[in-house]
Every structure is written in C-alpha cells, then in structure tokens.
Write a new protein. Structure first.
Length: 201
C-alpha cells in the first residue's frame, strides 16, 4: 500500500469515527467517560504512578476530568512549533488555563514544566486505536514524534478511546508509534504483538 493510499484511508477513518463520536448523546458520553475513568483508576501502572501526562477532552473525546482530582501530579501539553511542552496543572493551580492554537485548553506557559524523567504514565488521546496499539490521531504527528524520542519511548502508554473506536486493524506508516495499552469504557487491553498488516510500501 502506498503512502497516498494510507493517508487517504486515514482521512476517511477520521471523518467517519469523529462523526460517530460526536453523534453520541451527552448522557451516554458522560456514562461511558465515567466508566472509562474507573478502568484507568484500576490499572496498576496508574495506581502506582506519581506523575501522569494527560489531556483535556475536545470533540467529545472521553472526559478524564474526574481523574484530575486524584492525588497525583498531573501534566498537560502546550503545543509550541512542532513539539509539545508539558506543564504541571491541577484544579488548584494558580495559573489559569489558556486556549491553544488548536482550540484546546492548555496550561499557562508560566506553569512548572515536567521532564520525561519525572513521568510514570502517559494517557494518550486518539480518534481510534487498534488491538496492536496503533493509533489514529488528528494528523499533526505530535505524539508520534514525542514517542520516537528515546527519553519518552520507555514510559508506559495507554490510548484513551471509546469502545466503538477500538478496531481490529488500522493502516499505519513506519513512523507511527504503537501504544502499550488501550482503555475504553469496557476495560484496559494490553496491545497485542504485531502481525503482517497494512504497512506502507
């Protein structure tokens, strides 16, 4: 499969999955988000973690806000050029959140920064994940670039999606990074070993 064919498949998948997610009734979205948060809390690496990277929900992504009141150090991304800078934030933070260039809430630039050496777990947003841990994002490549860096690549990762977006297989390119686990409202699923699949030629 060529690069153009893979990109075309990703575009169509993004469109259909975003439409399905954003068509979810608010009550159903809330219930599924709460169940997903419960499963995250039961996941042992999260229970043992002191510092967790997370994200603020947008476009009806699962809402992780109930987790942010737990006694952990939380960090969230601020996009700067082609990289993400991670800043500490909690509901009690002295610095207010700001709206970033993608319309997503971001920590204030003066909030304390977090280094990879401090991080125990990364909660990763996605439009979809497949059972092998491949992720369909929004196309910016921010997480793939970060997880390609040896400083970040050894930290446990868990993709956060609703069950409707946990798929048997996603098209992927050589630069797409696999996640170690996937969490939905059904439970936590370790990624399966890779098998011959839709790779770029």
């Amino acid at each position: 499969m060529t690069s153009a064919e893979i990109q075309a498949q990703k575009v169509e998948l993004r469109r259909s999955l975003l439409r399905a997610r954003q068509g979810m009734h608010p009550d159903q979205w809330r219930e599924k988000s709460d169940r997903l948060c419960h499963h995250v809390q039961q996941w042992q690496p999260f229970q043992e973690a002191r510092t967790v990277l997370a994200f603020f929900s947008t476009r009806q992504e699962p809402d992780l806000m109930p987790l942010f009141h737990l006694p952990k150090r939380w960090a969230f991304p601020r996009c700067e050029d082609q990289a993400m800078i991670w800043h500490e934030w909690s509901p009690r933070s002295r610095y207010p959140l700001q709206t970033g260039s993608f319309g997503i809430s971001e920590p204030h630039p003066l909030s304390p920064t977090i280094t990879p050496q401090q991080v125990d777990v990364i909660l990763v947003p996605a439009i979809a994940c497949d059972v092998r841990g491949y992720r369909l994002g929004y196309g910016g490549g921010y997480y793939d670039r970060m997880l390609s860096n040896p400083l970040w690549s050894g930290i446990p990762t868990i993709g956060i999606v609703f069950e409707l977006a946990r798929l048997p297989q996603l098209p992927h390119a050589p630069w797409d990074r696999r996640l170690g686990n996937i969490c939905t409202e059904v439970g936590v699923f370790p990624s399966r070993p890779t098998t011959p699949s839709l790779k770029m030629t």
